[in-house]
Write a protein that binds this ligand. Structure first.
Ligand code: ISE
Length: 335
């Protein structure tokens, strides 16, 4: 296969950044078609990027002109397009979350297993961030002993329209996935507490929030989510091990000394902070579709993320510690 011919469903902002990165920066694949429930807008996007516009996402997915699919619709519509891709035996990259409800993720898993081939990858891009990859290598080197505690921060400059559940389900879902991947184990308990709220929180939003996780082996994790921190996009992760502390590197920005100060730029948002991660993620996805062997976060990872997020939401709503009750991974997903 010369070029992987990709159809993208959901032409909103993130969809368009993926079209640009694939068609202008990456190799081996090309977005050639798009679909969106808003057909007029879809046609405008198609015209701007020289794509074929489809009225219906399923028709695009079924087309013989399409080898693989990217789903960047609103979250509740992910399931129907991922299912269509599985039905037509096509690789599908679905932005996180795989689906908002664990039951929907479960249906996807069952369909994928029934089809007998790994087709689904979930957009947990932090696994491709060079900094998190370094942390994983350091942990796995064993040089610093076992991880004991993790202290993490996830701050957004602002978040118009954000609601209290979104801190877990939209923001900290990234930590839920990437920390499970780093530590290579599942969670045993989860709790969410509310510090004093910022005056910048709109409406009923509780902001910041702190999520506490324990893993099955007893590693203790705290994650702060502060979506209206009002100074930049800031992601921190410290892994305290038996013989050393491992710290997530920040993107390199020159330090400027001026006016009796030292100034280093902080990213403004996630698209800037994780641009390398997104580029690497999509290049590897294109390569792996062409090789016929997906290597990224699976539908099972998407399912575990949503089960954990739901448990965290329950913990938040009931202000209690919730014990996780995760079934074991089907053999199909064991590497
Ligand atoms: C957004 O959807 C993301 O995925 C970002 O990575 C996260 O930082 C932000 O809080 C979310 O709203």
């Amino acid at each position: 296969m010369k070029q992987l011919r990709i159809g993208l469903v959901g032409t909103g902002a993130i969809g368009r950044t993926h079209i640009e990165r694939i068609n202008q920066k990456l190799q081996g694949g090309r977005v050639i078609a798009c679909a969106d429930v808003n057909l007029d807008f879809c046609k405008t996007v198609a015209k701007n990027y020289e794509l074929h516009a489809y009225k219906c996402g399923e028709d695009m997915i079924a087309s013989n002109d399409i080898d693989a699919v990217i789903v960047t619709t609103l979250d509740p519509f992910h399931e129907q397009y991922v299912m269509a891709a599985i039905q037509y035996g096509k690789y599908v990259f679905c932005e996180k979350p795989l689906a908002p409800e664990p039951e929907a993720c479960k249906r996807i898993i069952e369909a994928e297993i029934a089809g007998g081939k790994h087709l689904v990858q979930v957009g947990f891009m932090r696994r491709y961030d060079p900094g998190y990859c370094q942390l994983k290598q350091l942990i796995e080197s064993g040089k610093y002993g076992l991880p004991l505690m993790l202290h993490c921060v996830h701050r957004n400059y602002d978040a118009p329209g954000f609601t209290t559940p979104m801190s877990v389900e939209n923001s900290m879902i990234h930590e839920i996935d990437v920390l499970r991947w780093l530590l290579n184990e599942n969670y045993a308990t989860v709790e969410v507490v509310f510090p004093k709220s910022t005056r910048h929180a709109e409406g009923d939003l509780r902001d910041p929030q702190i999520m506490y996780l324990t893993t099955e082996s007893g590693v203790r994790i705290d994650v702060e989510s502060f979506v209206n921190c009002r100074y930049g996009y800031d992601i921190k992760c410290e892994i305290v091990c038996e013989e050393g502390s491992l710290n997530l590197p920040e993107p390199p920005n020159a330090m400027v000394r001026t006016n009796n100060s030292r100034i280093t730029r902080i990213c403004h948002d996630w698209s800037e902070r994780f641009v390398d991660a997104y580029n690497i993620e999509f290049q590897e996805w294109i390569n792996s579709c062409k090789n016929g062997h997906l290597t990224g976060p699976s539908a099972w990872d998407g399912y575990v993320g949503q089960v954990t997020a739901k448990a965290a939401s329950k913990a938040r709503d009931t202000q209690s510690i919730v014990r996780m009750n995760l079934e074991s991974m089907p053999d199909f997903y064991k590497k």
